[in-house]
Design a protein around this ligand. Structure first.
Ligand SMILES: Nc1ccn([C@@H]2O[C@H](COP(=O)(O)OP(=O)(O)OP(=O)(O)O)[C@@H](O)[C@H]2O)c(=O)n1
Ligand SMILES: C[C@](O)(CO)[C@H](O)COP(=O)(O)O
Length: 230
């Protein structure tokens, strides 16, 4: 089933503290964003790649697309102040395909099988996300004091990709912008329209590279994947 993908990569990577956008950090000598782009390059069902970037990083992204000889056309779109603004900018230039995926540039370990399941779910339900059950005990805390232990059985950690019918997610973003609502993911914009979001069980390895310790985990994931393909 065909789809197009919007990849937000216009952040600054402040928590990674690498002195540059974390998309350019190398894992096995290849930049994070190239790992992510390659997943969609190699997927015959992916009909369009929209990469959302900030203006200052544009020359570096153009160089990477050239150096790594991306076979599919990668459309470069300017990002915004927050992730949600960047995604909305990307979505506005999506056209054609009924289903659009939104996937963080900083999640390079997404698996092809999961993308297929997700696209199928979006066709059937309109909106879907990958997620994993939470493993830790979660407590609500105020000023370093526990106020509540949250029942864990219904808690899931939400990841990307998230997939939507293009018309639905565009409507959800437009409405959020009009009402100055800022969510931490795109599904939350659809949820507030009272639309259902289907959950696809994902992989604990589909981490977002956020803080420096995530790079240690990334190395371990890459080692284990290399072992699997030997
Ligand atoms: N204004 C923004 C902010 C974030 N992102 C992208 O959204 C994804 C998830 O965001 P996050 O992990 O928060 O990345 P950063 O914003 O780069 O990190 P930080 O918050 O630590 O600065 C990343 O691929 C990031 O590049 C974006 O496109 N535009
Ligand atoms: C969209 C997301 O990846 C879902 O887990 C995440 O919320 C984005 O991270 P951020 O740190 O809130 O930008």
């Amino acid at each position: 089933m065909k789809y197009q993908v919007v990849i937000p990569a216009a952040g600054q990577g402040k928590r990674m503290n690498a002195g540059k956008n974390k998309q350019f950090i190398e894992l096995k000598k290849i930049p994070v964003i190239v790992h992510t782009l390659r997943v969609f390059e190699h997927d015959p069902d992916c009909n369009g790649i929209i990469l959302v970037i900030n203006k200052d990083d544009k020359p570096e992204f153009i160089k990477l697309i050239d150096t790594y000889r991306m076979k599919k056309k990668v459309q470069l779109i300017q990002g915004g102040a927050e992730r949600q603004h960047s995604v909305y900018n990307g979505l506005k230039s999506a056209k054609g395909e009924e289903i659009v995926l939104i996937h963080d540039g900083a999640r390079p370990f997404v698996k092809q099988e999961r993308i297929q399941e997700l696209v199928q779910a979006a066709y059937e339900h309109g909106a879907a996300t990958v997620a994993v059950p939470v493993k830790d005990t979660i407590k609500r805390v105020y000023e370093y004091e526990v106020s509540e232990t949250v029942e864990r059985s219904s808690l899931w950690a939400i990841q990307t990709p998230q997939a939507f019918r293009l018309s639905l997610i565009l409507h959800a973003h437009r409405k959020a912008a009009e009402e100055s609502f800022l969510g931490t993911d795109d599904c939350s914009l659809v949820e507030r329209l009272n639309e259902k979001v289907k959950i696809i069980t994902g992989d604990y390895t589909n981490i977002k590279l956020t803080t420096p310790d995530d790079l240690l985990i990334a190395k371990a994931i890459m080692e284990s994947e290399r072992g699997e393909t030997k």
